[in-house]
Ligand binder design. Structure first.
Ligand code: FEO
Length: 173
């Protein structure tokens, strides 16, 4: 059985993951309208994965005797200046998500809820991967600069990454 504090912390995380999914959906749509089809495919998949992160929490809360709350969401940002701007916003967002997850883990320790602490370790590992991937993509974009050919290849590479990972049930971007 979840304590009220843990239930509230987990429901807070449900809202964080849901807003991540919306944020990346808005980015995907922007990229699609720019003709960046590989980037759009990558971001659509990323949005789907965030929804899966949210669902995993919803199910855990309900299985442990709590009540999951499905949140209302604010409209995400839709005005992006460039593809680099998108990935910088994504990294900034993920850094905040990591802080939120650390907060939940901290609450688990304070409440001595080792079951939820164990469950949350999946999210801790996921954040390491997501932040590392965002940093790698920003480094590549900084190298490319304004080179249109480089941007074309970057977009094609993201299409390739999306295709490769799509068979895995996708929990790792
Ligand atoms: Fe579910 Fe990108 O954190």
């Amino acid at each position: 059985m979840l304590s009220k504090k843990i239930e509230a912390a987990l429901n807070g995380q449900v809202a964080v993951e849901a807003s991540s999914s919306q944020a990346y959906l808005a980015m995907a749509s922007w990229a699609e309208n720019q003709g960046l089809s590989g980037t759009a495919a990558f971001l659509y998949r990323h949005s789907d994965e965030e929804r899966m992160h949210m669902l995993k929490l919803v199910k855990f809360i309900n299985e442990r005797g709590g009540k999951a709350v499905i949140p209302a969401l604010k409209q995400p940002g839709t005005n992006f200046k460039s593809i680099t701007d998108i990935f910088q916003a994504l990294l900034h967002h993920e850094t905040k998500v990591t802080q939120e997850i650390n907060g939940v883990v901290d609450t688990c320790l304070k409440e001595k809820d080792y079951t939820t602490h164990n469950f949350m370790q999946w999210y801790v590992g996921e954040q390491i991967e997501e932040e590392a991937l965002a940093r790698t993509l920003i480094d590549k974009l900084n190298l490319i600069g304004n080179d249109k050919g480089g941007l074309y290849l970057f977009d094609r590479d993201l299409q390739g990454m999306t295709g490769m990972a799509s068979g895995k049930g996708g929990a790792n971007a």
